[in-house]
Design a protein around this ligand. Structure first.
Ligand SMILES: NC(=O)c1ccc[n+]([C@@H]2O[C@H](COP(=O)([O-])OP(=O)(O)OC[C@H]3O[C@@H](n4cnc5c(N)ncnc54)[C@H](OP(=O)(O)O)[C@@H]3O)[C@@H](O)[C@H]2O)c1
Length: 408
């Protein structure tokens, strides 16, 4: 009797493990990557990102499909939030974007709401200069995005200038394109979920702008898994194009939604992600360990309430606690020859569901530093990843998995 029980237990364990392996392998089919030598013109298809040694990775940008689409995005990209219009001017924007493009970055992120449309205007001007001064770079080489939802000036009395109505999706996107001096964006995002517009209208409207040639793909940003799933359902029922990706916050201090809530979406739909604030607005660079430097994001007088969210613990938990952990992380980064910004970004790159990490940066040297995260990611062994977990203690609880219970 006892013997039969042991054999049954071994059998169930083996079955469970096999099912999980098959499940996970089938989920990663869309993760083909392309490596391009940013100094030359050769390109290679990487069999797997994990087989790249140090020499291979050096000077290389890695490209990955955006979810289940054919679109390839650089794993490191660049975005305009706060920086454009608040911290840097158009000449600096041009220099930073040029620097990024020269190093293989092809994805540039924006939104109608960033600096009330000024960020789009600046990116548009910087792009014009890039096309004039970098003859090898064409519109085809770049993946330009914008986001619709918050409107440009958040006016109280003009309810149709915000949200995801058919009217605002079409009119808002046309205005963004005008500011950016573009005929189309590659990806248009629904910057937030609109609880007041029917899902069918939202999905139809994003399909309309795609059919009109104003965008190639549409994605969501900070939508709940339930809302994303609903959008897929509507798209399937109406034979329309579903969202290709999500743009969520993901970093060592903010993980639950990305790792737990969206987990099934990666498997079921091959959902891609373009993650934001990998450095938690700079906190994970160590720059705030000894106070708030004046010439930094949290030092901006116009962002005092934003700073307060960090200092009060509202954003990521008790501030002193975070600084203690960041100091430990710094020691670990030093010990493996990475800088702390590189280590923090590299940790996000280790997650295969991250299609691209949207970097922020006000200075070229920051971007130069951050681009080294591709190489740093190759140094992060399973043991070091465990060590990071021990230092940060931010791993979200995994809900009990009952999948196999009903299969037996
Ligand atoms: N969908 C959304 O709701 C949403 C929300 C937020 C952001 N985003 C997108 O994601 C992009 C990136 O987000 P983020 O700007 O918050 O990213 P982040 O990487 O967390 O923060 C970027 C800021 O950290 C500082 N920094 C970066 N690299 C550094 C380095 N090596 N050393 C020291 N300081 C460094 C710079 O600020 P200072 O120099 O000013 O200190 C930089 O502007 C945005 O531009 C935007 O496109 C999307």
């Amino acid at each position: 009797m006892m013997k039969r029980k042991i054999i049954l237990t071994i059998f169930i364990t083996l079955l469970f493990t096999t099912c999980n392996i098959v499940y996970n392998v089938s989920a990663s089919y869309h993760l083909r990557q392309l490596c391009v030598d940013t100094n030359g013109d050769t390109s290679t298809v990487c069999d797997s990102k994990y087989d790249m040694n140090e020499t291979n990775v050096k000077n290389r940008m890695v490209y990955q499909h955006l979810g289940n689409t054919g679109l390839m995005v650089s794993r490191l990209s660049y975005g305009a939030w706060i920086t454009f219009g608040k911290q840097i001017n158009v000449d600096q924007a041009y220099e930073i974007m040029k620097f990024c493009i020269e190093r293989g970055v092809n994805f540039f992120d924006n939104a109608e709401a960033y600096a009330n449309g000024i960020a789009e205007t600046m990116m548009g001007n910087a792009l014009q200069k890039i096309f004039q001064t970098m003859p090898d770079v064409t519109r085809e080489d770049l993946v330009i995005t914008t986001k619709i939802f918050f409107g440009v000036k958040r006016p109280l009395y003009y309810p149709n200038r915000v949200g995801l109505s058919r009217k605002h999706i079409i009119e808002g996107l046309k205005q963004s394109l005008k500011r950016m001096q573009l005929d189309f964006v590659d990806v248009v995002f629904a910057h937030r979920f609109d609880h007041h517009t029917p899902m069918e209208e939202i999905v139809r409207s994003f399909n309309h702008v795609i059919n009109q040639g104003l965008a190639h793909y549409w994605c969501t940003s900070e939508w709940s898994a339930a809302n994303i799933e609903q959008a897929y359902g509507v798209a399937k029922r109406l034979n329309l194009i579903p969202p290709a990706c999500e743009q969520p916050q993901y970093n060592l201090l903010h993980r639950e939604r990305f790792e737990i809530e969206y987990k099934d979406l990666y498997i079921k739909y091959g959902l891609g992600t373009t993650i934001w604030s990998a450095l938690a607005s700079g906190v994970l660079t160590g720059k705030y360990n000894n106070g708030i430097p004046e010439n930094s994001r949290l030092g901006l007088s116009s962002l005092s309430s934003f700073k307060q969210q960090f200092l009060s613990g509202k954003r990521h938990g008790p501030w002193e606690d975070i600084i203690k952990r960041v100091l430990l992380l710094q020691a670990m980064a030093d010990s493996i020859g990475c800088t702390l910004p590189q280590l923090s970004i590299a940790w996000t790159l280790k997650n295969p569901h991250v299609s691209t990490v949207i970097m922020g940066g006000t200075k070229i040297h920051q971007l130069n530093d951050n681009l080294g995260s591709l190489l740093c990611a190759e140094k992060l062994t399973a043991e070091l990843m465990d060590e990071i977990e021990r230092i940060m203690e931010t791993k979200p609880d995994v809900p009990r998995d009952w999948t196999m219970y009903t299969r037996l």
